[in-house]
Design a protein around this ligand. Structure first.
Ligand SMILES: [Zn+2]
Length: 544
């Protein structure tokens, strides 16, 4: 395949310069990478073992995982930097939808057509659901509210008392990061509340679905969560939320003069979508059970070595939680989350260990953060960004590691947020030195920019990046990654019995270590690009 044959220019030059000595040195390095990869894998094995039951936020097994991380932080010389030793406890409200006691129907001319929950539609569990809703439906295109970009699907329509239906994605001429931002719960929930709508039904686009519908349906029994503190919640009343199976979506469009095929064709061509009333009303009853739980973020500090810059903090983050125990697939009900995201926490630990073993201290302080509640809506990071354990204005960057997928050698590194801040330039420089090509995300409609914890730092004005292994378009590696998402992502088979390239994982850790050291050691504080949309979140005096 082309990506395997493609040598970075720097690597060719050093081969030519170093001559015969290079091969011996390279093989030693490969041996080291293999060893380092095994150390990394030992953390993954511990955290993703069946014994840890999938580390669901709020469970005893999550707490055991958090204790493991705190013990390693201590062993690697990090100081406790939580509110209770290494821990920063967070309180959550948990909502479970009881499908057996719930019902959803479409009503036309007084006639009710019941929907099959699971097959046709899934009820959302994150926002508090109303016990009953009866409302007309309106299709609002992509439901993107981006007035500053001159695009607003919610404007100019009377949506009061209605439930809106939308298709995921957005017009091609809008930047991916912007579309993702408008899709984030914080933005979308607020925008929808302002219209007076009673709720929303999202239709995923099959072209950008990571998880097939059947597997999404299996996860419907899993609980939703939100932070118990009301200032950190997205909506303040009940809001009907559901997802509709794209394969069944013509049920929604009956009598409207439109079809899902027509709308998907427009979406796949990157075109704007029409907005129109639907010929149907929705009638739903939603039964839920609500409880409260608590779970900690884990925070460790490596104090900086420069008298002046040590008061500033570079955050390295990775979420520790996963989905716990759920519906069995092939007889396995433990959702171990080995790549999602024991892998990122293992990298966090290995980087801490390497910094400690290196003996020196970067000029800035480095904060190591293992987060709870990511799978439930980036909640641990939202709590930390809202209640940082160091002064918020002193947080200068976040480098987030979540499911970077070392399935094959590291030739390309995809970086979320690459064009938004000077951190992207740092990533490119560190990548070039390691012979790794740093590339932007080629699939922005997967919304990865807002799908992990870095986004909560961005919302507080702190430049941030997230990382995953890239692949050349059309390559075998690209197919491997797609297959992984289809078969293992959020499935019990994301466990320790899967093929992983340990040496490639170790190289990733090396690269992230180098990046963290570069950012922590640089005289200049990271800054947003003048052109970045997200610059607006920067606190006065920190944007430059
Ligand atoms: Zn996940």
């Amino acid at each position: 395949m082309t990506s395997r044959l493609r040598w970075p220019a720097g690597a060719l030059a050093s081969l030519a310069l170093l001559g015969a000595g290079y091969a011996a040195r390279a093989s030693t390095k490969a041996g080291n990478a293999e060893e380092a990869g095994k150390r990394w894998w030992a953390h993954v094995r511990y955290l993703a073992d069946d014994r840890l039951q999938g580390r669901l936020t709020g469970t005893a097994s999550y707490l055991e995982a958090a204790t493991y991380v705190a013990e390693r932080f201590k062993e690697y010389g990090l100081e406790p930097a939580g509110t209770s030793g290494y821990f920063q406890p967070v309180r959550f409200e948990v909502q479970r939808v009881v499908t057996a006691e719930s019902s959803v129907a479409l009503v036309r001319d007084g006639r009710e057509e019941p929907l099959a929950l699971g097959r046709d539609a899934l009820l959302g569990s994150r926002e508090p659901q109303p016990r009953e809703v009866a409302a007309p439906l309106a299709f609002v295109g992509y439901a993107l509210h981006l007035p500053e970009a001159g695009y607003d699907d919610l404007a100019g329509q009377d949506l009061r008392g209605k439930v809106v239906v939308y298709l995921n994605g957005g017009p091609r001429d809008l930047a991916g990061a912007l579309k993702s931002h408008a899709r984030a719960a914080q933005e979308f929930g607020k925008a929808l509340e302002r219209t007076g709508a009673l709720g929303s039904i999202g239709i995923p686009n099959p072209k950008s679905m990571d998880i097939p519908w059947q597997r999404m349906a299996l996860s419907a029994s899993q609980p939703g969560m939100r932070i118990a503190e009301s200032e950190l919640q997205d909506t303040h009343g009940a809001m009907f939320t559901a997802l509709f199976n794209p394969a069944a979506a013509d049920k929604l469009f009956a009598g409207s003069g439109h079809t899902i095929a027509e709308l998907l064709a427009l979406a796949d061509a990157g075109r704007p979508l029409p907005r129109f009333p639907l010929a149907l009303a929705l009638r739903a009853r939603v039964a839920t059970r609500v409880e409260r739980v608590e779970a900690p973020n884990v925070v460790g500090l490596l104090a900086g070595g420069d008298a002046r810059l040590k008061g500033e903090y570079v955050v390295l983050s990775a979420h520790l939680d996963h989905l716990g125990v759920g519906e069995p697939i092939h007889g396995d009900s433990i959702y171990n989350g080995a790549m999602d995201n024991a892998s990122g926490v293992a990298s966090l630990l290995e980087i801490a260990r390497a910094m400690h073993a290196g003996g020196g201290r970067p000029r800035r302080s480095v904060l190591f953060l293992a987060l709870c509640g990511e799978e439930k809506g980036l909640l641990g990071s939202r709590y930390f960004a809202g209640h940082p354990t160091v002064p918020q204005s002193a947080l200068v960057a976040d480098l987030n590691m979540d499911m970077f997928l070392p399935l094959y050698p590291l030739h390309y590194l995809t970086v979320e947020g690459l064009e938004e801040s000077s951190l992207g330039d740092d990533a490119r420089a560190v990548g070039a030195a390691a012979g790794v090509e740093v590339v932007p995300d080629r699939f922005p409609d997967r919304n990865l920019f807002i799908r992990s914890d870095q986004y909560n730092f961005i919302r507080k004005g702190i430049p941030a990046l997230a990382f995953s292994f890239g692949a050349a378009p059309g390559s075998h590696e690209e197919q491997m990654k797609k297959d992984w998402l289809t078969n293992r992502y959020h499935a019990p088979s994301d466990d320790v019995n899967q093929p992983v390239d340990l040496a490639a994982a170790a190289r990733f850790n090396q690269l992230l270590l180098a990046l963290a050291e570069r950012v922590a050691g640089d005289e200049a504080r990271p800054e947003w690009k003048q052109t970045s949309f997200f610059r607006r979140f920067a606190q006065p005096g920190t944007a430059h």
